[in-house]
Design a protein around this ligand. Structure first.
Ligand code: NOJ
Length: 743
């Protein structure tokens, strides 16, 4: 009897294990699902297959050129696989109804949207979030974004954007995580985990889409959509890892980029989409194009017409056409003409259907259409409180001479001056999904609610963001005279970064520098609060005796989160993830550059034949990893210990100021001699730690030799024995160092 019981238990365990391994094998797809998919494919007409590979936009948000299609009729004919820019339960439910009740095969649609930094509750722009160096918080922001988006009918986000970028003229740096591949990869994985959770079938998780594959961030001259031309080694070493990190974290889809790679647009790049993505990386999700990027191959000049472009894309391994309608229009003919095989189309359809299966749409197509969730799970007090916290963590204190900040308790009258001081519309930044600008807290509102009646608050705009009109200066100066503290809100408008928002000069636009100079001249304490979507060349502003707090675009809770820092309720801890150049001529500028054969040595500043500018220092204005606190940290006793393949690094960090604070302790490595030259520094670790005033903490990092590996000309990644330098510090430029050897 006892034995019988034991074998029954063992049997149950075995079944549970098998079910689990079936579930985890291919993102939750079990053999019954596969059988269902195969049966469907068998039963589909070529038009229906092309339909599954077609993604259209509903008229709600316009995120690209519009094409006129009667997509509703097409949905009923089973010719649309998914819809984007459609959200809210009733709206989505009606489209899904058309698909699953009116089309012949009743295949549910997938609903996508650019949920880039929140859905309704908008968080700081991704570049800002990355400056928090808080992976758990970034993951949580996507968890909340997914909760809100799925409560409004969505199940697929075109995020994360993980393009490494070293050119701040490119407006899309706002959507990414900055210039560093290692940090960018960690953040990429955290975002995927946040969106997808542990169960894609749950009604509050959504499928992530890593984008834009590949190397979209390397657009020449920082001009959006421009050509990319990077070496194979650079591609592997610097650009590809964050996409791979997304896939390793389970991202269910990936988006092709607009640019070409080695002369072939990504969307027709078989090497990229099949050899690398499927064969080398084993990707088991689906590939969607970027917006009309199949059609754009005609402009690129590698396809004769849309039909030819469709042939190239499907044969390269691209599964779904976003907005271009080329698969729908031409795949049937192309198959007839034997220019595309039925197998290629079936493969693509299989990936798309699997994605829908993973999301549980075949079990319940209305899984994400729950009215009560829409009413109760969006913009909750907890979500807003978290957003406020993330704003404060994302801000970076760039300058604080004479401890201008935090605003002293003694201040009685504050003048908020500047075009961004009370601009609700600009707080969301770009790609603000379903966020409503009317619900944003401006700087003025945030300061007002924090300061209460204790402080008199005055406000003048002074000038516009982006024109030459100085007529408001006088009123602003008059107001400033009445105050004993000035908060100057400067920067870019929200629309000045993001897609199709490249700038050739990236200083403060308009007459804002003049306004700042006029304010500094008053002799009053001035704290500049910057709003912008990219690093700016603020040399002029920086030369003034003012405090500067970089706040990016903070989203719904911008004003509150900034006020928390201005009044010292919170201590700034953000660190730049992208270098601030002195001027545009220094671009591209990034911390992990190569040494060159003729490195400039500041101790020998008269040397001529060295790698330098005649008219500008090589150093940036603010380096990668930089950010001040209201307290100070010092670093000492950096020690390295090599033990077999382990490298242990410890450093002591002391809080030498007079308040508690958080420090992002950064660890960099330099490989002194490599068969492929190595950068002067490479980020290999960081820890964000709370250190009380007067306290010293010992921070330990454990690396392995695998962390020293780099790509070689044969595109294999391995490390080379020799001498290395470890650097620890408060940013990439201010470090202490120690050497170690690995054999
Ligand atoms: C084009 C953008 O490049 C991409 O990032 C976005 O997801 C799509 N439009 C859809 O809006």
């Amino acid at each position: 009897m006892r034995n019988l019981k034991i074998s029954a238990i063992l049997m149950l365990l075995l079944i549970a294990e098998t079910v689990q391994s079936q579930n985890t094998g291919e993102g939750g797809i079990v053999s019954a699902d596969n059988a269902k998919i195969e049966a469907l494919i068998k039963n589909m007409t070529v038009d229906e297959k092309a339909g599954q590979l077609t993604l259209f936009m509903s008229g709600w948000d316009v995120t690209g050129p519009t094409l006129s299609t009667n997509y509703q009729k097409l949905i009923k004919e089973g010719k649309v696989g998914g819809l984007f820019n459609a959200y809210t339960v009733d709206y989505v439910r009606e489209f899904q109804r058309m698909a699953v009740e009116e089309s012949r095969l009743k295949i549910p649609m997938i609903f996508g949207y650019d949920v880039i930094h929140g859905h309704r509750t908008i968080f700081p722009i991704p570049l800002g979030q990355s400056c928090s160096w808080n992976l758990a918080a970034i993951e949580q922001s996507e968890r909340i974004a997914a909760q809100e988006a799925t409560a409004e009918g969505l199940n697929w986000t075109f995020s994360p954007m993980v393009d490494v970028a070293r050119d701040p003229r490119w407006g899309r740096v706002a959507e990414g995580s900055g210039e560093d591949t290692w940090l960018g990869s960690k953040i990429a994985a955290a975002r995927v985990r946040g969106f997808q959770g542990t169960d894609l079938k749950s009604n509050n998780t959504m499928m992530a889409c890593a984008k834009h594959f590949a190397a979209y961030g390397a657009a020449q001259g920082g001009r959006d959509y421009h050509t990319v031309d990077v070496s194979e080694l650079s591609l592997y070493e610097w650009y590809l890892p964050p996409y791979k990190a997304c896939l390793d974290a389970g991202a269910g889809s990936i988006m092709t980029s607009f640019n070409e790679i080695a002369g072939v647009p990504s969307t027709a790049n078989k090497w990229l989409m099949t050899d690398l993505l499927r064969n080398d990386w084993g990707f088991n999700g689906f590939v969607v194009t970027d917006y009309t990027s199949i059609n754009e191959m005609v402009n690129h000049g590698n396809a004769e017409n849309n039909k030819d472009a469709a042939r190239l894309a499907i044969n390269a391994g691209v599964d779904m056409d976003m907005m271009g309608s080329t698969y729908l229009d031409y795949l049937p003919e192309l198959i007839k003409e034997k220019k595309v095989s039925m197998d290629a189309v079936d493969n693509a359809v299989r990936w798309v259907l699997k994605a829908k299966m993973k999301l549980g749409l075949f079990d319940d197509p209305y899984r994400y259409c729950n009215k009560s969730r829409q009413e109760n799970e969006v913009m909750t007090p907890d979500q807003l409180a978290f957003a406020r916290k993330l704003v404060a963590e994302s801000c970076v204190l760039l300058k604080n001479p004479g401890q201008i900040l935090p605003i002293p308790e003694t201040v009685k009258t504050i003048a908020i001056i500047g075009p961004l001081g009370d601009s609700k519309k600009d707080m969301l930044g770009n790609w603000s999904a379903a966020g409503k600008w009317e619900q944003c807290v401006t700087l003025l509102e945030g300061v007002k609610s924090r300061a209460g009646s204790r402080v008199e608050l005055l406000y003048e705009k002074g000038c516009n963001t982006n024109d030459g009109d100085k007529r408001g200066f006088e009123a602003a100066l008059k107001l400033a005279q009445k105050a004993d503290f000035i908060i100057l809100a400067l920067g870019e408008n929200g629309w000045m970064s993001g897609e199709a928002a490249s700038r050739s000069t990236i200083d403060l636009p308009g007459v804002q520098n003049d306004l700042a100079e006029a304010m500094a001249k008053t002799g009053k304490p001035v704290a500049v609060v910057l709003f912008n979507g990219r690093p700016l060349t603020i040399s002029r502003l920086s030369s003034l005796n003012v405090a500067i707090l970089e706040t990016w675009f903070g989203g719904t809770q911008a004003g509150n989160g900034i006020a928390d820092l201005l009044f010292g309720d919170k201590n700034p801890s953000g660190k730049l993830t992208m270098t601030f150049p002195r001027n545009e001529g220094q671009i591209p500028i990034f911390y992990n550059a190569k040494n060159t054969g003729r490195p400039y040595n500041p101790a020998d500043s008269g040397a001529k034949y060295v790698s330098r500018y005649l008219d500008c220092s090589n150093d940036p204005l603010y380096p990668f990893g930089y950010g001040l606190s209201y307290t100070t940290f010092t670093y000492a006793n950096l020690e390295t210990r090599v033990d077999g393949d382990k490298i242990n690094v410890t450093v002591q960090v002391s809080n030498t100021g007079n308040r508690d604070g958080e420090e992002v302790v950064q660890l960099y490595i330099r490989d002194k001699v490599g068969s492929v030259t190595r950068p002067v520094k490479e980020l290999k670790g960081f820890q964000k730690v709370n250190i009380k005033k007067g306290e010293t903490k010992s921070i330990a990092f454990s690396l392995t030799t695998a962390d020293l590996a780099f790509y070689h000309p044969d595109l294999k990644k391995y490390w080379e024995p020799g001498e290395f330098t470890a650097f620890a510090g408060t940013n990439s430029a201010e470090t202490i160092s120690a050497t170690f050897k690995v054999n």
